[in-house]
Write a protein that binds this ligand. Sequence first.
Ligand code: MG
Length: 390
Amino acid sequence: MTAFVSGAATDVGQVRAHNEDTFVVAGTVFVVADGMGGHNGGEIASQVAVDRLADIGPINSINDLVRGVQEANADILERAREQPEFRGMGTTVVMLADIERAGSHRLGVANVGDSRLYRMTDSGLHQHTEDHSLVEALVRDGRLTRAEAAVHPQRNIVTRALGIDDKVLVDAWELIPVVGDRYVLCSDGLFGEIDDGEIHEVLQSALSPQDAADELVRRAREAGGRDNITVVVVDVVEADPGVERPADRVAGIHKALSGEVLGDAGPITSGPCRDETPSGFVPPTVTRRVGLVTAAVLFVMIGMLVAVSAIGRSGYTVSEGDNGTVVILKGRDGGFLFFDQTLEVESDIDVDELPPTAVTAVRDGQRFDALETAELYLENLRNSSDSSGS
Ligand code: MG
């Protein structure tokens, strides 16, 4: 048995004319979505996503969350097809929900975009989700510091969102609910204005979830309120007794691509297992809040930055092989030049059959620290090549 007490608050901020954020608290499902797009498209996109996720039926596994996010993505695309003025609208989504399987309970988390889930435990405040944003990719690549990213003029560019492509990569986790843990779902309007230290301080001061949500929104607004601000605070007040409690609360991590869930946490009664860590994956869908900056240009830009920084570093590069297929090359630790790379994986994917943005990205070379992340990217290319109807 699990039980939660929650509170939520949202505010348009001091600059924007509309609030394009939407949240929902529906039973044991909690969602924050941050919409983007002209002609009120952002409000529509976040609302469509939240409506779908509030009503996905019984949640028995993490796959149900991922499926829900993918259905929300399809709903937004469908709506944009029906009403051309909404073309290009999109939304981030971060979701926390109770999972019930054979009488046992876990917490499911799903994330696409740069809204966040934080968790406060005895050991402090932890940002659970990874931002799918341009600045986060540059930080991971060592090209920006955290401090620089926080004030970067392009910090609102997201590298993943719903409503952009019929395929969406969803990060998802299964967590162990522990009484006393406090979760926060929020849009970037919160952490764009106040830092993690201040968020922690507010959450620690023993406020009710509603008071905490109100106070966080108030502070972000007071600090500038340059974007819409939305916060949902969820306290775990009841949980299954006697389960293991790893510090990160993680019982399973899933990466879902195009409807396939990679890896499985197994039955809920099993001990914690860690499938894989969140990746530095930048997929071939890049969008921008408000306004239509072409995805191709941004993707090429990121691709070039990533490729340039590849030189002289260890890791893996997805690029075009001698025979025109996509390959994964392994860099040499401490090696001095690009030419030292060796062939790690040879695929049967023809570069010519990929969508144009992906062709450019592959020819520029895409860098990854881990082989499994490079392989995930390769799988994504395979799917996009299948769907482009060769
Ligand atoms: Mg925002």
